[in-house]
Design a protein around this ligand. Structure first.
Ligand code: ADP
Ligand code: MG
Length: 348
């Protein structure tokens, strides 16, 4: 058997070891191994589908990558998109562009790299009941590329869009913001991951390299029908809130003091204004940012449970209550327009 087909066979075996045998999943009629996968249809639900491209030297670097965490992140970023729609992620496809140094063979540690990569990928897949149903592989001349697709479901009409925010709703965010951006700065400054340590430096690096998407909470929010608009924080909170405001044709006022800024940001020794800017503009937190009526806050907190922090950071307002879509308030002072900057692939 050729190298490529050997490699696919290994992935297929790993996939079925993870309990992902088509036979036990009713709506998966055919998984890896044919020209396409075959999925059964069910009325009353909608299919959500999303894809994310990760390119070496742009989205990650192999010199600081932890293979296990790279496999994890490849799936995590797409799971986060399904969570942000309030959906239930089910199936995944994975396409790999593999550079010469990582061609699977008993040389260069490539075998080891892929074993760990798939350990990370399938560990996360198993945790959330995701089945890998296909993908593709190509050799590439230089940079490694990873294309991750995830499909999921939501009850008909229940997918939570960016366009559903309404004036008067409160704005919530899960977890903490700014840790992943801090981690990236630390990696650029020469810090490296240590999987067994949990100090602040390592918390930041882990947030950057192995983010944990809010899959379960997103699913619950979707089912509850309590949420107006939702997005995952991938480009930075300010930018992502801006997307909600644009799509919903509303404005927002944020309370700076309510932002759940990750403690590891203090490691960077920034002045207060820069610290706030990094928390608002740093991307890749993969937290959920959403709007809902104040009246249902207790229900939201109950859904989040004791382990997931949920912060109310502001209010949705009428669009023309200011000349910028987003205003920010520091303490008692009058709110001022927030400059929206975030990650933009075409502006670097
Ligand atoms: P084709 O030539 O039709 O693209 P392939 O030989 O590339 O078929 O793939 C054979 C089977 O293996 C298909 O079911 C495909 O979905 C699956 N496959 C290929 N690459 C991957 C991958 N990276 N991850 C999961 N499944 C894969
Ligand atoms: Mg192919």
């Amino acid at each position: 058997m050729s190298g490529e087909f050997n490699f696919i066979e290994k992935i297929r075996r790993r996939s079925s070891q993870s309990g992902q045998r088509p036979a036990v999943i009713p709506d998966l009629h055919l998984g890896i191994g044919d020209d396409t996968a075959v999925l059964g249809e069910e009325s009353g639900r909608e299919t959500l589908i999303t894809v994310d491209l990760l390119v070496e030297e742009v989205d990650f670097r192999l010199d600081y990558a932890v293979p296990r965490w790279l496999g994890h992140k490849a799936l995590a970023v797409s799971l986060s998109d399904i969570a942000a729609m309030g959906g239930d992620p089910r199936f995944a496809l994975l396409t790999l562009g593999i550079p010469p140094s990582l061609i699977s063979g008993e040389r260069n540690g490539a075998e080891h790299f892929w074993e760990e990569f798939f350990d990370g990928y399938f560990e996360l897949a198993e945790r959330h009941g995701i089945t890998l149903i296909g993908g593709d592989i190509s050799a590439v001349p230089a940079q490694m590329t990873i294309d991750s697709i995830v499909m999921g479901h939501s009850r008909k009409g229940h997918a939570v869009r960016r366009s559903g925010a309404q004036q008067g709703q409160a704005i919530y965010v899960t977890g903490e913001i700014g840790a992943a951006a801090t981690g990236l700065r630390l990696l650029f400054a020469g810090e490296r991951a240590n999987q067994s340590e949990r100090c602040l430096v390592q918390q930041a690096i882990r947030a950057q390299l192995a983010p944990d998407p809010r899959v379960e909470f997103g699913r619950r929010l979707g089912r509850s029908g309590l949420v107006g608009a939702m997005i995952d924080v991938s480009d930075g909170l300010a930018q992502d809130l801006h997307h909600i405001c644009n799509e919903s044709r509303v404005g927002a006022v944020i309370d700076a003091g309510e932002l759940p800024v990750a403690p590891c940001l203090d490691l960077l020794g920034l002045e207060q204004a820069q610290r706030l800017a990094l928390a608002l503009e740093g991307g890749e937190d993969y937290e959920l940012l959403f709007t809902a009526a104040r009246a249902v806050e207790d229900q939201l907190r109950e859904m989040a449970g004791p382990d997931l922090r949920l912060s109310r950071i502001g209010t949705i307002v009428d669009q023309d209550s200011g000349n910028s879509a987003i205003l920010i308030r520091q303490g008692d002072e009058h709110p001022h327009p927030l400059k929206v900057r975030g990650y933009d692939h075409f502006s670097r």
